[in-house]
Design a protein around this ligand. Sequence first.
Ligand code: GLY
Length: 568
Amino acid sequence: MVAGRRLSALMLVLAVALGLGQAGAADPTAVAGTGGAVVSAELAASQAGVEILGAGGNAADAAVATALALAVVHPQAGNLGGGGFAVVRFSGRVAALDFRETAPAAARADMYLDGRGRPVAEASLIGPLAAGVPGSPAGLRELHAAYGRLPWPQVVEPAIRLAGEGFRVSRRLSGDIAEEQALLGRFPSSAAIWLPGGRPVAAGALVLQPELAATLRDYAAAGPSAISEGPRAAAIEAASRAHGGILTAADLAAYRPLWREPVRFSAFGWQAASMPPPSSGGIIVAQTCGLLQRTGWAALPRFGADRAHQLAETWRRCFADRFQLGDPDRTGFDGSPLLSASWLDLRAGQLRRHATPSKKVRPWSEPAARESGQTTHLSVVDGDGNAVSMTTTLNGSFGCGLTVDGAGFLLNNEMDDFAAAPGQPNLYGLVQGEANAVAPGKRMLSSMSPLVCWRQGEVLVLGSPGGPRIPTATAQVLLNIVVDADELQAAVNRPRIHHQWFPDAIFAEPDALAPETAAELKRRGHELREIKAIGDVSAVRRAADGGVEAAADPRGGGAAVVQHPAPG
Ligand code: GLY
């Protein structure tokens, strides 16, 4: 991705900073200014959001416009055929919207197991049998209906334009298409758009999506029923059946987004709100802050082994507790005991100088690990300080790979976020519980942790993709800011580590651990594994005086855009 700051030729009032596609390659300049700001995975999508702010829209209008633009220009994760979560703060009040996918009515607990009870590779990942009932069409409309200011069709307009008139493919998108060429090549409807002539669309090429533009036009006119009923719902059911799926038009018509009470917690002097179950992400970030505040983490030397050790030991326990989480409407367990003072005290008291083997850390019980990296996060503030933190996903990159003929968008493979075989590591090592077993109509457990924090007139909006690495990436950026007073971009850039209970290892980005720190961690019993990148954080910070900073993550290639850039 192109480096540095530049002014958009089309939108001279905007300042733009782009990520670079590789952690540590160089420092993208954070953009600063006044008014609103949007950070998302693609420049065209961030610009769509700021265009809507410029037209008098608020943070909800801009977030929806950005999310819909991502459905056009970031098909790896932006979507109409997937779902997500949003945490909002408007006029000082927080709320959480759940538009997570649900399992189709015909889903069964053993649908991804072979005759011997073992998960069948690929069954929950490739093709529409892997798809949950999309939540985005109803969810984005719901967010707008509750908080938006501009007329609905105006908010959809930038996405219609990008789909109908086309957009230039970024280097990131071209590279991701090349990586998923085998998946997209299985489905002619997907290959026709993203593999013309059998080759990945090149960076800089213009891509038009007339079928998606038509869907978006009808969505602008009629709302979610343009997708969940009538010919498009029939097209989704037909495409699903033709490729072995179980998704029906009745599933689409039955889908409802839900408002939930956010997870609220304090983070080293800031107040914070994030997503409750069916995401585990908010609870993990809240537990992280709760435990670290109890164990004196902030006073430990920065970048030393003590801090890394305590983070790993904290997350080992957070992910063990995650084992008990699932769709709260099915399990009856909303996760709040995991944040009780007595449980956090007990967990904090378990931390020792030496690593505790994960097999000795039991999940929470009364009373006493790959989700895909392809998710996308957008952070928005408006000129009044209202904030939207939204994470959406198809799960895997380009979801299940199938573009629906007659609708023009990809279906998700979110069913893989269920525990196909509870108690056994899934294909990516994450161990999940019976609470997250497949059942009809149930929401699959997520790790997404859209986060809004505030303190004395300041607002901070953070979030990330990355499956189980979402809450640990988000928590580290938060800690860099609220504990170590990093500038926003420095906080985002800083190398990261991760632990998820199983596999029992600290995953570390290159440069995250100095050689002497790594040696000390090994002496304390930790296994270390290198990983290229942990998360892709989109961050916005608004000061009490109305100044805004916005930072895209160099790991990804996203773009930060500020409404009124600072002079110079
Ligand atoms: N699909 C990734 C997540 O929901 O955590």
